[in-house]
Design a protein around this ligand. Sequence first.
Ligand SMILES: *[C@@H]1O[C@H](CO)[C@@H](O)[C@H](O)[C@H]1NC(C)=O
Ligand SMILES: *[C@@H]1O[C@H](CO)[C@@H](O)[C@H](O)[C@H]1NC(C)=O
Ligand SMILES: *[C@@H]1O[C@H](CO)[C@@H](O)[C@H](O)[C@H]1NC(C)=O
Ligand SMILES: *[C@@H]1O[C@H](CO)[C@@H](O)[C@H](O)[C@H]1NC(C)=O
Ligand SMILES: *[C@@H]1O[C@H](CO)[C@@H](O)[C@H](O)[C@H]1NC(C)=O
Ligand SMILES: *[C@@H]1O[C@H](CO)[C@@H](O)[C@H](O)[C@H]1NC(C)=O
Ligand SMILES: *[C@@H]1O[C@H](CO)[C@@H](O)[C@H](O)[C@H]1NC(C)=O
Length: 508
Amino acid sequence: MRFPFFHVRGVALMIVMTCCVFLFSTNVVEGVIGINWGRMTTNRLIPSMVVDLLLQNEIREVRLFSTSKNVLEAFSRSGIDVTITIPNQNLKGMLDPKAVRRWINQRIISFIREEVDIRYISVGTDPYSKAYNNLTFYYASDVLKIVQNTLNDAGYGGKVKAIISHFFDVLNPNISKPSEADFRPDIKNILTDLIRFQRENNAPFFMDIFPIYYVHLRGWDSEFAFLDNKSNFSIVDYNGLKYTNAFDFLHDSFLWAIRKAGVRDMKLVAGQVGWPTDGYPNASPENAERFYKSLLPFVTSNRGTPLQPGAPIDTYLHSLSDENLLKIDRGAFQRHWGIYRFDGVPKYKIDFTGQGRDIFPTKAQGVTRMPQRWCIFNGDVSNVTALKAEFEMACQYADCTPLAPGGSCSHLDFQHNISYAFNVYFQMTGQYAENKSCSFQGLGKVVPDNPSIGTCIFPVEILAAEEAVAGVSFGAALLGATSGEMIHRVYRLAMLLPFLLVFILTLM
Ligand SMILES: *[C@@H]1O[C@H](CO)[C@@H](O)[C@H](O)[C@H]1NC(C)=O
Ligand SMILES: *[C@@H]1O[C@H](CO)[C@@H](O)[C@H](O)[C@H]1NC(C)=O
Ligand SMILES: *[C@@H]1O[C@H](CO)[C@@H](O)[C@H](O)[C@H]1NC(C)=O
Ligand SMILES: *[C@@H]1O[C@H](CO)[C@@H](O)[C@H](O)[C@H]1NC(C)=O
Ligand SMILES: *[C@@H]1O[C@H](CO)[C@@H](O)[C@H](O)[C@H]1NC(C)=O
Ligand SMILES: *[C@@H]1O[C@H](CO)[C@@H](O)[C@H](O)[C@H]1NC(C)=O
Ligand SMILES: *[C@@H]1O[C@H](CO)[C@@H](O)[C@H](O)[C@H]1NC(C)=O
């Protein structure tokens, strides 16, 4: 009597399991939405806070540009897949296989043992782009091979893949149709060889797609940058395929170039896709909201592109929050990619699950703000030389990009310009030591009322609690810090000095 009973249960179980496997497998082929997170900021969100933020928003993939020990540890047992980025300036040192072995043991395997789900190692950031001071890191593909081979030898090659992200300028410029795309002549051989190696290792091709930037550079209708099919401008390729937006256009351009390299079944991942909110034509929270509102459902729908209909395209949104210490060699917009402001508050509505709902995402929980105090110009214009000098000093250290032409504060008059600069400097220095950073040769004053003007927000910083936990970046210790991180640390140290002195004095 028992057997039939168990048998019925067994059959039921099998049906349930089959359903689960079926559901699971359909989930697996769906395009995944991930997000990029960098920390080139004066005051930083605590890593565990960000992990919580991602979990609350059901984001399960993250690419980290800063991989200090405490950041990685925060992702332990979170279930979030992590991509680690090796900075461009560290690539040279990784041409030595011994150094790579050491690095993989210390930076990858030890964290995998702590259940950090490391999925990709990004070798550099757009190393073949000429957009950064015309510098091209031709040896990045050599590093990638060493990294992947080392992973394979250590038995982690199935789990962790080395990848390289590619800016669109790896393609020949000014093509009018995707089918004309090919890799730039100076890197064609390198990339052909790289792609074949990556294909053998089942690693995907990461491309960066910034429609706002591309459409502007090409002088195309700005509507073509959005995926909501409202553009009157479209492009028809020789094969009859019609392009109604820049994402499809760029994706298929990359795909053509890869096919011309002799590889037909490469997985393409959109490694950086986003829309800045300041410092560029059409950069605004409204347009960013509109862009993501069509992009995210596109990703989860698996609609694919004209050349590859139905292909899932994993997409990493760029980026989580603004970074006020990033270089601005390509424009002020580089500091305004954040979906969130620096303080973990979302700038606009976005549904990270890709269902296109009209909702604000969860904001960062537990952020401590500095007191509601601002530093502004006191109005004394008797010495304009001194005033300008103080303005320039403030903007040299703090982020004045909203003042630049096209920025959210570009409409301010001269005096409000000065106030903006004084305030960001004051906030950046942590409203330091009884108004001291608001002195500016006696030209600043601290006020309790918010001096923001319309869309021009005068920020108040958050309290950066992280320094108490861990100041030194683990990766930096091993490979040399990025300049921004270095500045940040020296600067933090300077801020701690008065407290240390007080501490020592009390001991005496
Ligand atoms: C970039 O480098 C190439 C050669 O390496 C040179 O011909 C070109 O003028 C450079 N461009 C800029 C903007 O410096
Ligand atoms: C591409 O087109 C732009 C704008 O039309 C032009 O300024 C640029 O020189 C062109 N670049 C090349 C390599 O032809
Ligand atoms: C875009 O709009 C055109 C007509 O305006 C329509 O034929 C086409 O199917 C639309 N494409 C998508 C992907 O919605
Ligand atoms: C696109 O075409 C439609 C209909 O022809 C027109 O109403 C609309 O204004 C056009 N949009 C743009 C941005 O030119
Ligand atoms: C104005 O300020 C500058 C710089 O602080 C100083 O060198 C100069 O003497 C001042 N001029 C006057 C007229 O006070
Ligand atoms: C305000 O500062 C910005 C950035 O330095 C500058 O471009 C702009 O011309 C200034 N505006 C005025 C009115 O001085
Ligand atoms: C700091 O600012 C507050 C408010 O403006 C003021 O009352 C106080 O005297 C200032 N302290 C110093 C040391 O300047």
